[in-house]
Design a protein around this ligand. Structure first.
Ligand SMILES: [Zn+2]
Length: 118
């Protein structure tokens, strides 16, 4: 039985996935970006010349801008505050509607109750 773990063992430490060892002619740098939703994107940039790695990369999953700093991803443009505001308004509205319905029901019950008593 051949133990292939020895070959794998020699690769440990070169990279998290060992992908950088595929031996491409053009050296590449892989940069991780994180969006506000926590999605990680790792586009690779060719290093033929001086490649400028952008500060912000669009997340392919949700479209939000992703940054290289995982702790502080770039803020989502407008979508989240707007959504929260809408949810807040909706909540308030349904709440007042519910109160109105309850009030109406109580009024009806009282009218019936008073009329039937005695
Ligand atoms: Zn995302």
């Amino acid at each position: 039985m051949v133990n292939t773990n020895a070959i794998r063992g020699s690769r440990v430490g070169s990279g998290p996935m060992g992908e950088s060892e595929r031996g491409d002619a053009a050296p590449r740098v892989r940069v991780s970006f994180w969006c506000a939703n926590g999605h990680e994107t790792r586009p690779s940039f060719a290093q033929d010349r001086e490649v400028e790695v952008p500060d912000v990369w669009d997340c392919p999953r949700c479209g939000l801008p992703a940054g290289q700093d995982r702790a502080t991803p770039p803020e989502a443009p407008r979508i989240e505050p707007y959504k929260t505001h809408m949810a807040y308004v909706k909540e308030r509205r349904s709440d007042s509607d519910g109160a109105a319905l309850l009030d109406e029901a109580l009024t009806r019950m009282r009218e019936r109750g008073v009329g039937g008593g005695r």
